[in-house]
Write a protein that binds this ligand. Sequence first.
Ligand code: NOJ
Length: 526
Amino acid sequence: MPNWLKDAVFYEIYPQSFYDTNGDGIGDIPGIIAKLDYIKDLGCNALWINPCYDSPFKDAGYDVRDYLKIAPRYGTNEDMYRLFETAHSKGIHVLLDLVPGHTSEEHEWFKASGREARNKYSDRYIWTDFWISGIAGHPYIGGECERNGTYMLNFFKCQPALNYGFFNPTEKWQKSYKDPACVATQDALMDVMRFWLDNGCDGFRVDMADSLVKDDDKDKTGTCSIWRRIREMLDKDYPEAALVSEWSNPKQAINSAGFHMDFYLDHVENGYNTLLRDYETWGGTKEDHSFFKKDGDGDVGRFLKDYLPKYEATKKKGYISFITCNHDTPRATNTLDESELKVAYATLLTLPGVPFIYYGDEIGMRYIKDIATKEGGYTRTGTRTPMQWDDSANCGFSTAEPEQLYLPIDAEGPTVKAQAERKDSLYNAVRDVLKIRHENPSLAADASFEVIKGDKDSLFIYKRGELTIVVNTRTEARKMAVPKLNVNPMSGKPGKVEPVYTIGDVNFDGTTLTMPPQSFAIFKKA
Ligand code: NOJ
C-alpha cells in the first residue's frame, strides 16, 4: 500500500476545461503545470487527470486511439513528463486515467482486428463468428469492417470492448478469460501501465474497472483475478503506484480485486446519494431528502447504514473515496447552496479514506442545465465547463474568442478570485479544512473513525482519533450538553476539549454547545 495515500487529497482535472495556455480555447498540460501552485495552496497533493491520450473525442477522450501518445490538443508526451516532474517537485502525485475496457474504433488494434485475414489482433476484441450474430445482454455492431462477424461494445458505439474473455463461455466464438488470447489483452494493458509509470506517473484511476470479463459471476471472480494479477505486478515493480477504481463496490474492488481505493459513486442508489444527491435516480427524479439539504429532513442514518459495513469490511485493505462530484454527474450546486456545500464538503473531507475534489467544486461552480452536448457529454456537459479563475476575459480560462472556447464560461458564476477574497466563502472553508486535515494525523485516510451520534433528527457526531466533529445540517440551531463532548477521546475520561475549527457561529461555553443552523465544528482535547 503506497504510504502517501494516508495524507492524499486528490483534485480531479478535466483537462479540456482547466486552463488554456496556447489560446486555442481548450485547456492543456502546460495549463495544469501553471496551476499546480493553486492546487497545492488549496490543500490538494494529488491529481487525477481525465484521459488526455490521442483520441477522436467522441466520448471526451474515453475513446482512446493511442494509449501511448498525448493528444496534440493538450500538448506532447514531453509536456506530460514535465508535469510529472514539476508536480513531484511540489509534493504532488499524478494519476492518469486508464481505460482498460475498450478503445476507440480508430485504435490501430481495432483496425487490425476488423480485417478479414487473421493477424496478431484478431482476438483483441470480442467478435462473433457471423456478420449478423450476437447474444442477448450485450450490444453488437455489424457492417463496419470486412471481417465476417460483429463486435461487442463496452459503452458508446465508438468504443469496442477489449477481449478479456467470458467467465463461462457458451458460444464457440467466446473465449475463456484464462485463454492465452485474453491473457494477451491483460499483458497489453500492463505494457500501457508500465509505459506511463516508467515515465513518472504515480498510478491510475481505472475506468469501468468491473467491466473486463463478460458475463462474470456475481462475485466478479474473473475480473477480480485480472486486477489481482495487475496488483501483483505493481507491488513487485511499482510499490508506490496507486490504483483507484470506478467500481463503487468496495468489498469487491478493494478486498477481492486489490484496488487501493474505490470511489463511492452515485451510479447506484447508495449511502453517498443520501448525503447530497438524494434527488437523483438514473433517468428520473424524486423528492430530495439529502442529509446536507437544510430543509430536506435528511437522515444521516441512511448513509451510515450503507457506508459503515463497507468501511468496516475494507478499512484494513484500502480506502473508500468520497467525491465532491466528478465529470459524469451534476455538480452539487445543482441542488445545494453555498451554506449547505460548506458543511457538506467539510464533512466529506474529514471522513476516513482518500477524498477527491472535482475542479471548480471548491469555488461552487454551477451545473449548467441547458447546454448543448459536447463530445458525448449529454447531461454531463453542464459539469464540464471552463474553470473560472478571475474577472478577466473568459474568466481567465483562455485568451481565445468566446465562440472558440471548448464550452462557454458561466458569466454569472463564481471565480477563484472572488471566492478567495471573501473570508466566509466555500473556497476558504475547503482550504481551511484541508489545512487542518494535513496538520492532524487524526484526519489521515487510515485514522480511526467512530460514530457517536448518527440518527434521524440529530446532530451528526463522529470521532477521528483525538478529534471530535459535530455537524448540524438543518435550519434550526441545536444545543447539547458539553459533558458528552468533554470526554477526552484518547482516554475516554473527562477532560477539556476546545474547538479548532468552526463553520458558523458555534458557541461553546464550557457547559453547553450551541450549533447554529448549518454549522460544523472540529474539537480537539485541550
Ligand atoms: C466512465 C467515465 O467516467 C465516463 O466519462 C465514460 O463516458 C465511460 N466510463 C466510458 O469510458
